[in-house]
Design a protein around this ligand. Structure first.
Ligand code: XMP
Ligand code: MG
Length: 177
């Protein structure tokens, strides 16, 4: 029995995740023909999605990693985001695809887009594995979206509960929470 089985139930299984990621990869491959793509992976949650997506993009690409932490006001993010690890290169003139695990209130992505656009990239688009539209507080256009989910707290495939369960191989929900 896997370590997480008594705590985590399945919301989106591995086969469904991988099938959708193949579709997104094919779409991105078509859209960026002839362009040099830079994937900006938002640490830590998006890394599993970003690496599987990258494998399904049939184009030369560059990987960058951006670490952020949101200031919490009570249980919710306040939208004040701090960059804890910045990308390794100037972003000017690059075609950026920002990769997130989940867009919830949208405040984190809103901040990131503003921050990245100020660096004068050639273009900025967003890929997010999950979206919880019921909690949106600011409008973020997601160019490549995996799945829309209800307002449940999800773990696995990069997403954590107190830093645990990121290595659960599917999108799960905490049992009894
Ligand atoms: P906002 O609200 O700024 O938040 O769109 C995005 C960030 O909040 C985290 N988040 C979650 N993490 N399960 C998680 O493990 C969830 O259900 C969840 N909802 C939001 C996540 O870090 C995301 O980057
Ligand atoms: Mg995150």
């Amino acid at each position: 029995m896997a370590f997480y089985e008594k705590d985590v139930g399945t919301l989106i299984d591995e086969a469904k995740l991988q099938a959708r990621i193949r579709e997104l990869g094919a779409e991105i491959t078509r859209d960026y023909q002839g362009k040099e793509l830079t994937l900006v992976c938002v640490l830590k949650g998006s890394t599993f999605f970003a690496m599987d997506l990258a494998r399904n993009i049939d184009l030369p690409l560059t990987l960058e990693f951006l670490g952020v932490s949101s200031y919490q006001g009570g249980t919710e993010t306040t939208g004040e985001v701090r960059i804890t690890t910045d990308v390794s290169k100037p972003m000017a003139g690059k075609h950026l695809l920002v990769i997130e695990d989940i867009i919830d209130t949208g405040l984190t992505m809103g901040f990131l887009l503003e921050n990245l656009r100020a660096r004068h990239p050639a273009s900025v688009k967003v890929a997010s594995l999950l979206e919880k539209p019921s909690r949106a507080r600011t409008k973020v256009d997601i160019d490549y979206k995996g799945f829309v989910i209800d307002d449940v707290f999800v773990v696995g495939y990069g997403l954590d509960y107190a830093e645990k369960y990121r290595n659960v191989p599917f999108i799960g929900v905490m049992k009894g929470k």
